[in-house]
Structures are given as C-alpha cells and as structure tokens.
Design a protein around this ligand. Structure first.
Ligand code: DX5
Ligand code: ZN
Length: 220
C-alpha cells in the first residue's frame, strides 16, 4: 500500500517566524507543504500571495502543494509555476473551462489539482477525473483555518474513491479542513491519501510530534 501523506497548512504558521516553521516541517515526518492563497473575492479572506510563496520556496525542501482560492486562476498559472509550485490546485467553482485549465497547469510542468467546496458533488468530476492528479475535498468552507470538520466529507470520499476506481484513474484524494487526531484514521479508512492540517499542527505545543502522530495514524 502507498504511504499516506501529511501536508501541514502554512496558513496556520507564525508568519513572523516563517523560516523557523518551514524548517520545522522540513525536519518532520510531513510530506508536503500546503499553501493557501486567498484573494478576498473567491473566499471572504485574503491570506498571502507571490512574495510570501517565493520566501517559502527559498527554504522549503518538500513538495509545494499550492491551493488557489482565487477567481480567474488561469491568469496566474505561469507565475505559480515560476514560483516553484509542484502541485497547483484550482477550485472547480472558479473554473468555467476546467479541462483547459488542467491542461495548462500540466503544460507548465506541475501536477494538477481540483478542489471541491463542501456543497459541490464529486460527480461533477466524472468526465475529467483521469486528467486530475489530486482532488482536494474541502471539509470546511474555504477561507479560514481553525473551523470544524464537516461530517458529510466521509460520504464524498467514498463516492470519489469509487469514481477514481471506475475510471482507472491515479488521482489522489486530499482532505482539507478540520483534520486532527480524532478523524485522521477514519478519513484514511474512507479512502483519503493526503491529510492537510493547519491549526491542529501549528497551534499544538509540539508541532513535530503532532505531525508524527498524524503520520502514524494515517499509516496504521
Ligand atoms: C481553508 C484552507 C485550509 C486551512 C486548514 O480555506 O484551505 O488549508 O488552512 O486549516 P485547519 O487545518 O486549521 O482547518
Ligand atoms: Zn487549503
């Protein structure tokens, strides 16, 4: 069985000590850096943009998983490739021509991700699943860290897993929002491959140990 991945969300890091927090993740059992870019239009919050991603990339030694919560993501695909993104995830709800967007992401050498808001059915990906490297199921409404996990997510994971298997796709299932030690194992058992965790990791007394705990739970 493939090992299950942990992606700490930098949104919950201490921005005044960003290098320290990036190095903590470098030295941890985490697999990816999850990086939330918000524009204040697609979601009701603004996080950070290009200069901060550039600073993260200077120190990060693991896969950069960039989650765009922005309108018109097509406009910035080349820029995010130049900034070192390994995976670029766009929101289904922000893309009128999703198939074209996915091809553009791949043509810039990145893996292509699609995020689904809690109200969006996984069935909308039926005709494009084989083009997607990662589906990010939002288990909170995007825009903020520290929200509570939406229980309907388990059902969506099972439906998505079924869709992936039926289409012989290699797509990974990523869960984003409200992940902690109480739901990690159940999410993996339902079919998740990647767990994003922000506040649960960075607000804990030992982020290193918390990442280890999640990694062990996910692979137990
Ligand atoms: C929410 C972001 C998440 C967020 C998760 O819009 O996409 O990545 O940082 O944070 P927690 O783990 O605190 O729910
Ligand atoms: Zn995210």
């Amino acid at each position: 069985m493939n090992s299950k991945l942990i992606a700490p969300s930098v949104l919950a890091a201490d921005f005044a000590n960003l290098q320290r927090d990036i190095e903590m993740v470098n030295n941890s059992d985490a697999d990816w850096f999850h990086i939330d870019v918000m524009d204040g239009v697609f979601v009701p919050n603004i996080s950070f943009g290009m200069p901060v991603l550039q600073a993260i990339n200077k120190h990060a030694k693991k896969t950069l998983d960039v989650h765009l919560m922005i309108v018109n993501p097509d406009k910035y695909i080349a820029t995010f490739a130049d900034l070192g993104s390994d995976i670029l995830t766009v929101h289904f709800e922000a893309c009128t021509h999703l198939h074209r967007t996915l091809q553009a992401i791949k043509s810039h050498g990145m893996q292509a991700g699609v995020a689904l808001n809690p109200h969006t059915s996984v069935s909308v990906l039926e005709d494009v699943i084989t083009d997607i490297d990662v589906v990010c199921i939002m288990s909170v409404n995007p825009g903020f860290g520290g929200q509570s996990f939406i229980e309907n997510t388990y059902k969506k994971i099972k439906q998505l897993k079924d869709l992936i298997i039926r289409n012989n796709a290699l797509t990974k299932i990523e869960i984003d929002g409200g992940v902690n030690d109480k739901n990690a194992k159940q999410l993996i058992d339902a079919g998740a491959d990647v767990l994003v965790a922000g506040s649960y990791v960075f607000k804990s007394s030992s982020p290193l140990n918390t990442i280890k705990t999640l990694k062990n739970l996910a692979n137990s």
